[in-house]
Design a protein around this ligand. Structure first.
Ligand code: HEM
Length: 246
């Protein structure tokens, strides 16, 4: 059976388009490596490694601002650092890097293994279970929340916000905006609590005491970093585990 060639102008990378995205990318690389799509208010898609690499490095021409996401994650605010161009990008990265060194990540291993074993123990005796909601999602949520300083008891809330912000956004922008507003409110409260009750070495403590050009980060900057960590740290890793299990 021959398949109709898809016009790159309708190119999408959400929802059902993902079912055969690698075939589509292959066709685009071959026939139309720089494609314009009319989805999401129009965008250009680069599909060849060399073009992507060149564009990523040429930030003066290919700015990431106002956002690298299509469509945005329920907010018009920039996610820091991903939506910021150099040289400010470099300053924010310096604030975050100490929390992601190999030594720092090694220290998560014991807790991560324990969380994984506990989740598996809860499944003992069950012949059929939902590996996504019972394992793939809670594991990185607990591990990353402890590293970041997000209260792990709020994990069910995090799940519902992630669903709205990441998955509902292409279908229901209002729901994703409402959830993003709730996440911002949540972190506003958490940051003010953590200013009153500092803890030792999680990422929130780190950004609260960080300095850029000799000054502390302001509330907007702190919130935009927390929002990025929230959406970057939880669901990407859950998908990594789901894909491995699959
Ligand atoms: C399997 C898991 C993950 C995948 C597939 C993934 C994927 C990505 C991608 C595609 C980018 C954009 C790179 C670009 O700008 O072109 C990115 C950036 C980023 N990710 Fe992840 N990510 C994952 C896990 C995480 C985790 C656990 C964190 C921790 C919070 C994280 C934090 C970040 C940050 C801070 C950036 C911004 C980097 C910058 O702008 O300099 N990611 N990630």
């Amino acid at each position: 059976m021959t398949r109709e060639p898809r016009a790159p102008s309708g190119f999408d990378f959400h929802g059902e388009s993902l079912d055969d995205i690698f075939t589509v990318y292959g066709e685009m690389r071959r026939d139309c490596p720089v494609a314009r799509s009319d989805r999401y208010g129009e965008f250009w898609a680069l599909t060849r490694y060399d073009d992507i690499h060149a564009a990523e490095r040429d930030w003066q021409t290919y700015s990431v601002e106002p956002t690298m996401l299509l469509p945005a994650f329920g907010t018009d605010r920039p996610m820091i650092p991903i939506d910021i161009d150099p040289p400010r990008h470099t300053q924010y990265r310096k604030v975050l890097l100490p929390h992601f060194t190999p030594e720092r990540i090694d220290r998560l291993e014991v807790g991560a293994r324990k969380t994984a074993r506990d989740l598996m123990a809860d499944l003992a005796g069950e012949e059929v279970f939902d590996a996504s909601s019972r394992y793939a999602r809670p594991l990185p949520t607990v591990v990353f929340s402890e590293h970041a300083g997000f209260p792990t008891e709020d994990a069910p809330l995090f799940d519902s916000w992630v669903d709205q912000i990441i998955y509902a956004r292409t279908e229901n922008e209002l729901a994703s905006r409402a959830a993003a507003d709730e996440v911002y409110d949540y972190f506003r409260r958490l940051l003010s609590k953590r200013r009153r009750e500092p803890t030792d070495e999680d990422i929130i403590s780190g950004i609260l005491s960080a300095r850029i050009d000799g000054r502390s980060l302001d509330d907007d900057e702190l919130l935009d970093i927390c929002f990025l960590l929230f959406v970057a740290g939880l669901e990407t890793t859950a998908w990594g585990i789901r894909s491995s299990l699959w």
